[in-house]
Design a protein around this ligand. Structure first.
Ligand code: PLP
Length: 379
């Protein structure tokens, strides 16, 4: 029996107060102002085509809920149709649909690398990959960001120290907080040379780059040692994620992936929506072309103001100090532009920044307006 005087949540409240003292308390706020912060790069979250696809699916009797795990009654034909279509479109042997990129990455890293294996990962890989690594049994070592030689040194040292298992090289093709790309071909050569698997997170490149928006790793799909994560909640404007790769990957996750097995399957309606999003990528290049024009304009106007432009839709302005970054973000938001400040631990200490993401939700005029505001706020 708990006495009335006991404050069960006292510790948690103290921890929250501590976060508040350190200006680290997070709060949920509704979106306001012109979108320079979402990952809805192509503006497809409000696509009439996707909305229509969902309506038509409802009319065909596709249910809103799957009702169970894919391994029980939750495996709807819409899931399988999506996976078949995605495999054809992306050029991979097999595809498995998850309810989110986080769930897919967590299942992938927790399940595929085995005890005695090595996961060598880029120092900046996403929290979801770390979550999977924490749950998995392989040894995990970080390597210097975007430096294939550093990865090679980690592998060599591990083999030298008696490491006998398989090596898994993990990276992102486009980094969401820096906007830079990985040297994918150098990593592919390293993976081939070391008989390693290459795990590529294409969360921010899918839909935006590559032929038909198939991503920066499109040319690596179908290789026996390459597994790719493609999230559906960013440029595809939907929700969920597709893991693409060799058939064993899909079979293994269906049989051993706890986050896949013991979880209700995504809504079959979302599978219909993602199918339509893939068709939009294949058939409507104008979205990508319009985004490229906006990225060019953002680079032209924002780089003189300190934004780092690497030819991608993500332009960070590194401020350094946490409080200054958050104050700058607040001032920009007050002027009507939704730019978020990003602090550690999401980014390394001392690199707090404004993360400007260019999407089709912001017009060329909006970009000019943001540039004028940024100039005022930063000078
Ligand atoms: C690189 C990367 N991987 C994975 C994820 C997780 O994807 P989702 O948002 O679909 O859970 C994100 C999302 O923020 C991401 O940026």
């Amino acid at each position: 029996m708990i006495s009335e005087a006991t404050d069960l949540a006292a510790d948690h409240r103290r921890m929250l107060a501590d976060l508040a003292d350190r200006q680290r308390l997070r709060r949920l706020i509704p979106p306001q102002g012109v979108d320079f912060s979402s990952n809805d790069y192509l503006g497809l979250a409000r696509s009439p085509r996707i909305a229509r696809a969902i309506r038509q699916a409802l009319d065909r009797g596709v249910p809103t809920g799957s009702g169970g795990s894919r391994l029980l009654r939750g495996n709807h034909p819409e899931h399988e149709l999506l996976e078949e279509e995605a495999a054809r479109f992306l050029g991979s042997e097999a595809v498995l649909f998850f309810s989110s990129g986080f769930a897919a990455n967590a299942a992938l890293f927790a399940t595929l690398p085995q005890r005695g294996d090595l996961v060598v990962h880029d120092a900046l890989v996403h929290a979801s990959a770390h979550e999977g690594m924490r749950l998995g049994r392989a040894e995990c070592v970080a390597a210097t960001h975007n430096d294939p030689t550093a990865f090679e040194n980690v592998i060599r040292a591990w083999r030298h120290g008696g490491g006998k298992g398989r090596v898994w090289i993990a990276l992102e093709s486009l980094y969401s907080m820096d906007g830079d790309r990985a040297p994918l071909d150098a990593f592919r050569a390293l993976a081939d040379e070391r008989e390693a698997f290459l795990l590529i997170d294409e969360a921010h490149a899918t839909g935006v780059f590559g032929p038909e928006g198939r991503g920066l790793a499109a040319h690596l799909e179908g290789l026996e040692n390459v597994i790719v994560l493609r999230t559906c909640g960013k440029a595809l404007g939907c929700e969920g994620a597709l893991l693409t790769g060799p058939a064993f990957m899909r079979d293994f996750l269906i049989n051993r992936g706890r986050g896949f097995i013991f979880s209700t399957a995504p809504s079959p309606l979302m599978a219909s929506a993602v199918r339509e999003a893939l068709r939009i990528l294949a058939g409507e290049p104008e979205h990508r072309q319009a985004l490229v024009a906006r990225i060019d304009e953002a680079a032209r106007l924002l780089s003189p103001l300190g934004a780092v432009c690497r030819g991608t839709q993500i332009l960070p302005v590194i401020i350094g100090d946490d409080a200054r970054a958050m104050a700058a973000a607040s001032a920009i938001q007050a002027a009507g532009y939704d730019v978020r400040g990003i602090r550690p631990p999401t980014v390394p200490a001392g690199t707090a920044r404004l993360r400007i993401s260019v999407t089709l939700n912001a017009s060329l005029d909006d970009i000019a307006g943001l540039a004028a505001t940024l100039e005022e706020v930063l000078t």
